[in-house]
Design a protein. Structure first.
Length: 132
């Protein structure tokens, strides 16, 4: 079980320190979010980190908990953007974490239809690659 009061840095035992002086806003935000307790991460925080493939092993289960309650949970972009970030986790994540795959399968099966143009292609690609 993941301790929600600990940050990714603490959970992974890997401190990134301060972002580079020339870091973009995205990079600076990712560095800051790695120091935030994972239980305090919002859907947008999870979307941003997962979109950068940061903390995938820790954050996919947390994102799936949100998605199980609301498959179209959204960050700052559009309904379902958190799901898209989860679906685009590295392909190696799913065989190594079959419980996560079962959970995401149930989330995808619960999606209302029809899906919009931002959501349908990643859902179809994930189904083809991982759900047969």
């Amino acid at each position: 079980m993941i301790n929600p009061s600990r940050s990714l840095e603490q959970l992974e035992g890997d401190s990134w320190g301060a972002p580079p002086a020339d870091a973009t806003r995205l990079i600076s935000t990712a560095y800051a979010l790695r120091r935030k307790p994972v239980g305090d991460l919002s859907a947008e925080d999870l979307r941003l980190l997962l979109g950068q493939h940061i903390g995938v092993e820790t954050l996919v289960p947390l994102a799936l908990t949100l998605l199980e309650d609301d498959p179209l949970a959204e960050g700052d972009f559009y309904p379902g953007d958190l799901l898209v970030a989860v679906l685009k986790a590295p392909a190696t994540h799913w065989p190594a974490h079959p419980g996560d795959l079962d959970r995401v399968r149930r989330v995808v099966e619960a999606l209302p239809g029809p899906l919009g143009p931002a959501l349908q292609p990643p859902v179809d690609a994930f189904r083809a690659a991982h759900l047969g």
